[in-house]
Design a protein around this ligand. Structure first.
Ligand SMILES: CC(C)(COP(=O)(O)OP(=O)(O)OC[C@H]1O[C@@H](n2cnc3c(N)ncnc32)[C@H](O)[C@@H]1OP(=O)(O)O)[C@@H](O)C(=O)NCCC(=O)NCCS
Length: 178
């Protein structure tokens, strides 16, 4: 994969669509998440998530999913929040700001939906990602056992155990132009 010529100016952050699903498997490396991504796309169509992708010259090189959570019964912004997950940038395209742009765009979407904060989890051992989140204003609020299960592309149940830090960031309201 040739990444040297791709400057940040050539990167587009956009909402992912059905046609992007094969690219999210990264030439087979993430084939096991086919059903997970399929379901996320279905939820995005129902307005329950936003799937962001980063594209460079027609190639999907990064992704970040946003799950909309919480209720608004109290009428306060804090009742709604977003959960960021499935965050990845292809190795040759890392450390040039693409991940930062994905997170920033996700936060913009959350603000526009009236969400008061963004939450995410990062594996205890994933220091590079933890550093990135902290630079972007996220603080550790606790830990999670990181236990979940999914059906892989062959319908097998796969169990994940990835103890994680839980981080969050308060989101200031979107500025409305008069
Ligand atoms: C985590 C991940 C998505 C970050 O993506 P990325 O595109 O490399 O992110 P960025 O380039 O915005 O930031 C990474 C670092 O590069 C630096 N950087 C940003 N733009 C840069 C540029 N133009 N030149 C040099 N460095 C730059 C950032 O300051 C940042 O450093 P920091 O973490 O010390 O703050 C990517 O490393 C990845 O896919 N990792 C594997 C999967 C993973 O761990 N996902 C997170 C799960 S919680």
């Amino acid at each position: 994969m040739q990444a040297e010529s791709a400057s940040l100016a050539t990167v587009t952050i956009r909402i992912g669509c059905e046609a992007d699903l094969p690219a999210l498997e990264w030439d087979g490396e993430y084939r096991h998440f086919r059903q997970v991504y399929r379901r996320a796309m279905d939820e995005a169509r129902r307005g329950q998530r936003a799937l962001l992708v980063a594209e460079v010259e027609g190639l999907v090189v990064g992704q970040l999913f946003v799950q909309f959570r919480g209720t608004d019964t109290s009428g306060e912004r804090g009742g709604r929040y977003g959960y960021l997950h499935a965050f990845r940038v292809r190795p040759p395209y890392r450390n040039r700001g693409i991940g930062t742009r994905l997170v920033t765009e996700a936060e913009t979407i959350l603000r526009q939906r009236g969400c008061g904060k963004a939450l995410l989890a990062v594996a205890l051992a994933n220091q590079p990602a933890l550093a990135l989140y902290q630079r972007l204003g996220y603080t550790v609020t606790g830990r999670d056992r990181g236990e979940w299960a999914y059906l892989d592309h062959q319908g097998r149940v796969c169990h994940v155990h990835e103890p994680s830090y839980v981080l969050e960031k308060p989101l200031t309201p979107a500025t409305r132009l008069q």
